[in-house]
Structures are given as structure tokens and as C-alpha cells.
Design a protein around this ligand. Structure first.
Ligand SMILES: [Cu+2]
Length: 243
């Protein structure tokens, strides 16, 4: 009895795999017709390096130019994990709502005093019921009232295309060949201001370009400062005192 059941289950499974394969073939065949805008897309690969040639992670690269359709952003989140903002840099389009889930067992109190968005999420656990709407372009620096060392950056942009560099300092855009104005922002930028990086001519064969910053970039760190001797003695005294 058991064996028969298993056999029929296996047959059903094989049938569904075959269906999936067939389904894929059909989908792939239809894709070019459904996405005419991407038919002539070229690949633009950019890599950001610092003065010493080290890859720069968490740089925001943005592109503007005629014929670029604005990319849509779905629901977005910027979490708190191990008492740090994750990711430490998030780029979103103007008008995006962002959730700030707290994945720690301690509570956080997230705030910003930046002109692009002043807000405060009072001491909380879990995910606040309402996301925060970022309706003006600009930079929003995030902090936590409880953990002074936590710092995060929300880069809000009107640019139709943008991306944040990975650990190798790289981003990759698929876009129609053309001329584009490139913008670059990173928390190490002087005065936290974005930089215009000139025009890029992307041909049908695509473009692979590296961009060098004129300064050194240290990795972003969100960790409590090492306790001083006094601080440590204070902590120890707290731990030993009867509650
Ligand atoms: Cu906190």
C-alpha cells in the first residue's frame, strides 16, 4: 500500500517537473516580445576605488539621461541587527516608504534630524506598524538614541537609475545605449555631498569603467567604542551591585 502511494507521488512529481520545463520554454519564448524596451540594452559596469585602489563598498551611483525610465522600488526595509543598521547605506527613489524592523532583542529608538526627513521611532521592538515615507530627495542620516555608535544613511534620489556598490565596489546597470550623467555619493564624501562625475557614453557593446576617489576610504563601522578603564570599572560595579 505504502509503496503504491510513493510511486504515484513520484509520478506526479515527474509530471510537474515536465510541466515546469515546458512552462519555462514558453515563458522564455515570450519574453523578448513582452520586454521590447530591454531588447537593445547594454551593460554598464562600474567599480569605485579609493585613492589607494581599494574597492569602495556602499557608494551610491546614480544615472540620469534622456530615455531612462524610472525604476520602481517595492517595499523597502532598513533593519537593525546586532545593534547596527543593515544595510548601513540604502538608496531609494523619492516617494518610497521604508520599514525599520528591529531584529534585536533589545529595543532601539531610531531618529533623524536631517532636513530631508526629520522623524523619530520611539523605543520599540519588532516592526513599527507604519513605514516612514521619504518624500524629498536628499540625505537622511539615521541614529539610535540608545546606541550612540549606530549610524545609517538613506540616500533619497530623483534619479531614474541608481545602485549601491557591493563589497568589490561594483554595480551593474542594464540600460539603452546613450549618454548619461553620473553621480556618486558615499558617506566619506566631503560634507556628505554627492559628486557629479561627468558624462558616460555607453555604446551598444556596453562599458566597463572604474572611478577613483581622491581620498582614502575606511570601512563603515558601527560598533561600541572600546570601554575605557573607568568605563569598565563602572560596568563591573553595575554588574556586581545587588538589584
Ligand atoms: Cu539602538
Amino acid at each position: 500500500m505504502h509503496r503504491v502511494d510513493r510511486l504515484s507521488f513520484k509520478l506526479a512529481l515527474e509530471e510537474s517537473v515536465a510541466m515546469t520545463k515546458w512552462g519555462w520554454g514558453l515563458t522564455l519564448g515570450l519574453l523578448p516580445a513582452l520586454l521590447p524596451a530591454l531588447a537593445g540594452a547594454a551593460s554598464l559596469q562600474l567599480q569605485v576605488l579609493d585613492r589607494d585602489g581599494r574597492p569602495v563598498e556602499f557608494a551610491v551611483l546614480s544615472l540620469e539621461g534622456a530615455g531612462l525610465a524610472a525604476q520602481t522600488t517595492g517595499p523597502v526595509e532598513l533593519a537593525q541587527v546586532d545593534k547596527a543598521f543593515v544595510p548601513p547605506v540604502l538608496a531609494v527613489r523619492t516617494g518610497t516608504a521604508v520599514n525599520f524592523p528591529n531584529r534585536d532583542r533589545v529595543r532601539h529608538h531610531v531618529y533623524s534630524f536631517s532636513p530631508a526627513k526629520r522623524f523619530e521611532l520611539r523605543l520599540y521592538s519588532g516592526t513599527p506598524a507604519e513605514p516612514v515615507l521619504f518624500d524629498k530627495p536628499g540625505l537622511v542620516v539615521l541614529g539610535c538614541n540608545i546606541h550612540d555608535w549606530m549610524v545609517g544613511y538613506l540616500y533619497i534620489t530623483d534619479a531614474p537609475l541608481f545602485a549601491v556598490t557591493d563589497a568589490l565596489g561594483r554595480v551593474n546597470f542594464e540600460l539603452p545605449p546613450g549618454d548619461y550623467q553620473l553621480g556618486l555619493w558615499h558617506p566619506s564624501n566631503p560634507d556628505l555631498l554627492p559628486q557629479a562625475r561627468g558624462e558616460l557614453a555607453v555604446g551598444a557593446a556596453g562599458l566597463n569603467q572604474s572611478l577613483s576617489l581622491e581620498w582614502q576610504v575606511a570601512p563603515l563601522v558601527q560598533r561600541p567604542p572600546a570601554p575605557s578603564a573607568f568605563g569598565q570599572a563602572f560596568e563591573d560595579a553595575l554588574r556586581e551591585s545587588p538589584q
